[in-house]
Design a protein around this ligand. Structure first.
Ligand code: FAD
Length: 457
């Protein structure tokens, strides 16, 4: 067995920032990162839209696994806020969480993101406009790295880490077990022994994380999934909001069901993209900093959170079933014009082709009302009309809705204020802990645990 002081499972933002901070605060520690996926430069999704149009279920998914984790090809929006992106503050306190997110931002700036913009909702007139129209704008600062700069920052962080930490790629950790108060990690390659184990396996590692929790009897709860659509419209409709804030996180309570609907992941001049979660195709979006790669459209998600109560426990299974239904009807993601949805008509290839909006994703024109449960669809329609008041044109006939967008949440683990499980020196951070759902929170949780380890050696 290879022996390490600290073994980190997963090279996503959580794992990278744990290793980074350990290299600064405890440079004498022997640290390993064990990653299921590829090196950054080898992460290439084979779908080219021509020869390969659909997911061919590669051994590891280039989009979700590998150095940089699920965030590697993301839009690189680092939100500095406790209002969304996770509940890290519940464990470590609000100020510490914000300080750590600022710290992560400063590292990203140092490693290639220095010329990018930090947006803020503070004193925004859009906030007033929202309140006047029954909408609520969440407070946040957001650093938008963009897909291209995000990739560059990751490359620079890898160059820094590679001489300080042993990084094992294409290595899947199969199990974690206790041995004399320390930990054995059995992988599909070599095996590892460590004093401290930090698991940061992300959303793609959620099923494996469930097994680890069962084996080590770590209590968990799981009851949430977010379901909705991705909206695409001309950039001009939302430019008042996106020029000032880049991303406005806007929440609305529907009058019909009193449900909360929120905007999520806004991409001005961006692209709508497919996302593959365990072979199920859902929709997402991103955008580039590079002016040459910008489009004429803005996209964002509208999501409704479903929290289930007893006896139902499989919230992710519920979300998967809805996404599978759209895959069954459309062979992947379905696109529908808002006007067609309201009239109860299917969108067709012809209708989409003759629209003034050019879709940025090739999806199957169809009828989302056959896929999305009525309550959720009603919530989304009500929200679109509400947004139309602050961004006139949102409810236009030709606004495109892509479905289904699903945000799966990992079950939440029982962790103490140090993100430590009931097993001493076994920490679970990032999205696989259920505590974070974002780049900034996942990264901050890594820094936090690294500091805790270095202070308690
Ligand atoms: C398309 C897309 C766009 C996104 N855009 C944004 C955005 O703009 N802003 C934002 O805040 N968030 C965004 N997110 C979410 C963000 O990427 C995640 O919140 C973040 O990456 C979580 O970091 P993490 O380190 O916890 O996990 P991950 O980034 O998922 O990394 C976990 C790593 O662990 C590895 N792993 C899993 N299981 C094992 C195992 N058994 N053995 C070894 N390795 C394992 C995986 O291969 C993976 O590389 C986006 C996500 C996606 C998919």
């Amino acid at each position: 067995m290879k022996k390490y002081d600290v073994a980190i499972v997963g090279a996503g933002p959580g794992g990278i920032f744990t290793a980074y901070e350990l290299s600064k605060k405890a440079p004498d520690l022997k640290v390993a990162i064990i990653e299921y996926g590829n090196r950054l430069e080898n992460r290439k999704c084979p779908i080219d839209g021509k020869k390969i149009k659909k997911c061919i279920n590669c051994k590891t998914c280039a989009i979700m696994n590998g150095f940089g984790g699920a965030g590697a090809f993301s839009d690189g929006k680092y939100n500095i806020t406790n209002d969304f992106g996770g509940t890290l503050y519940e464990h470590i306190g609000k100020q510490t969480a914000l300080d750590l997110m600022h710290y992560v931002d400063s590292i990203n700036m140092q490693y290639g993101g220095g010329d990018t913009k930090l947006y803020s909702t503070a004193n925004s007139r859009i906030k007033t406009e929202c309140i006047r129209n029954g909408l609520h704008l969440l407070d946040a600062k957001v650093r938008h790295l963009g897909t291209d700069i995000n990739y560059e920052v990751l490359g620079n962080l890898y160059d820094y880490l590679k001489d300080k930490v042993d990084i094992y790629f294409n290595t899947e950790v199969r199990s974690v077990s206790k041995s004399d108060g320390e930990y054995d990690l059995i992988t599909d390659q070599e095996d590892f022994h460590c004093r401290y184990c930090v698991i940061s396996a992300g959303r793609s590692g959620s099923k494996w994380m469930e097994t680890v929790c069962r084996q080590l009897q770590i209590p968990t709860i799981s009851n949430r999934v977010d379901i909705g659509v991705r909206v695409e419209l001309p950039y001009e409709v939302f430019n008042d909001i996106t020029d000032e804030l880049y991303e406005g996180k806007i929440v609305y309570r529907t009058s019909k069901y009193q449900d909360r609907v929120r905007t999520f992941c806004m991409n001005p001049k961006g692209l709508v993209v497919n996302e593959n979660t365990n072979g199920i195709i859902t929709v997402n979006g991103h955008s580039f900093e590079d002016p040459n790669r910008k489009t004429e459209n803005t996209n964002f998600a509208l999501l409704v959170s479903k929290h289930f109560t007893e006896p139902f426990k499989d919230s992710n299974g519920y979300g998967e079933s809805i996404a599978k239904l759209s895959n069954m009807l459309g062979g992947g993601v379905i696109v529908q014009r808002f006007g067609d949805l309201i009239r109860g008509e299917r969108s067709t290839v012809d209708k989409i082709r003759h629209s003034f909006i050019n879709p940025t994703l090739e999806a199957t024109p169809g009828d989302l009302s056959l896929v999305i449960p009525k309550r959720i669809l009603d919530d989304i329609i009500e929200m679109i009309y509400a947004l139309d008041k602050i961004a006139p044109g949102t409810a236009n006939d030709e606004t495109l809705l892509y479905g289904v967008e699903v945000k799966f949440y990992n079950m939440e683990l029982q962790l103490d204020e140090n993100l430590e499980t009931l097993h001493k020196n076994l920490f679970v951070i990032g999205d696989c802990s259920g505590v974070t759902h974002s780049l900034s929170h996942a990264s901050a949780s890594g820094v936090y645990v690294a500091r805790y380890i270095s202070e308690n050696l």
